[in-house]
Design a protein around this ligand. Sequence first.
Ligand SMILES: [Zn+2]
Ligand SMILES: [Zn+2]
Length: 381
Amino acid sequence: MSKSSSNSSQRITCKAAAVIWGIGEPLKVEVIEIEAPKSTEVRVKMLYASICHTDILRSKGKGDPIPLFPRVLGHEGVGMVESVGDEVNGLEEGDYVIPTMLAECRACENCTSPNTNLCLTYPLDRNGLMLDGTSRMHIRGHKLYHMFTCSTWSEYMVVDSNYVLKIDPSIVLPHASLLSCGFSTGFGAAWKEAQVKKGSTVAVLGLGAVGLGVIEGARMQGAARIIGIDKNSMRKEKGQVFGMTDFVNPDEFDVSISQVIKDLTGGMGVDYCFECVGAEPLVNEAIQATKEGKGKAIVIGGGIKSVKIDYFPLLSGRTLKGSIFGGLKVKSDLPIVIDKCKNKEFHIDELLTHQVTLQDIEKAFELLKQPDCVKVLIKID
Ligand SMILES: [Zn+2]
Ligand SMILES: [Zn+2]
C-alpha cells in the first residue's frame, strides 16, 4: 500500500485477517475487504496485537447480547494510522495508536465525574459495528462484525477516532499492545477503581495478565500484603516478580478460598479482593474474603451472566463494585499508565511469554492452554 492521502476514499483488500465463522469454530486467516474510514474514523495498519480473555469468550459466543458471526476478533493491539476520515481531529497518517474499548469525550456527565470512566457520548460498543450501525469489513459478500469498535487481528482495521489513543512510538511496541486492555484493566482496578491504600491487604483471584496488573497496581499503591490465588502453581513465580507476597493454590486446601484468605490474615480477611477470573462462585468468595464492615470486593472478570449473592456478608458493611477497564479514563489516565511502562516501572516483559505470526494465530489458542503461557503476542506482517 502506498501512503498517499487518496487512500482515505478507497476500499482496500486486506491480505490477512483472522475470521471466526461461528461459535467454537477455528480461526481462518482470510483475505477481506476493508472500507475507507468515514467522517470521524481512521484506518490503521496493524503492527502487533495480543489476545485478551474477552476475545476467547466472544469466540465461544459469550459476553455479547447475541453472538456475532462472522467476526474479526482482537481488541488489544498497536498500529499506524494509514488514512483518516474528513472530520478526524488530532490524528494524521503515520501516527502510532492503540485501540481503546472505551472513549472519553471530556464533556458528558460521566466524563466530568471523577467516579466513572464510562463515557455517555461514546459508550462501550457491544454490537460489533461502527457508531452508525454498519461494518467496515466484508468477506465474499458477508458483513464482518468488529470487536468493540476495532478488530486488531487483521492487517488493517477501521476504528472510530474517539476510541484510539495516540502514543509516542518510542515505547516498545509490543508493550503498547499489552497496555491496550488486560494489564491496564488490572492496574487501573487497584489504582483508580479501588484506590488501594498504603499498608492495606489485598487478595487477587486469578493471576493472568489482569491479575498480575492488579498486583503491580497494589504494590505501587503501597499495599503491605498481596495474596495471589491461582490453580496454576507456575503463576507463583510470576506473581512474586510483580510484587505478590503470598501465593495460594486453592487445590492444595480443603476449605474455601475465602477461608484460606481469612486464615492468612488472622481471621480478619483483606481490605480489597479482586475477582479477575470471571467465575460465578468466586464473586461470593471475593466478598467473603474481605473485612467485615469495610472490605471491598472488586469484580473485573468478564463472562458471568448472573450470580446469586450471599446477602449477609454484603449487608455486613462490605462493598461489591464492578469495573470496566479498571476505571481508567482513556484520555486522562491511560497516558499515565503508558508513561509508567516507558519509565520501566512495570514488569511487563514478564507478561510476554509467547509470540506467533497472524498466519499462525490458531496456534496461539493452543499456547494459551500451557501453564507457562501468560500472554501471546501476534506479529502482523
Ligand atoms: Zn463522555
Ligand atoms: Zn480485553
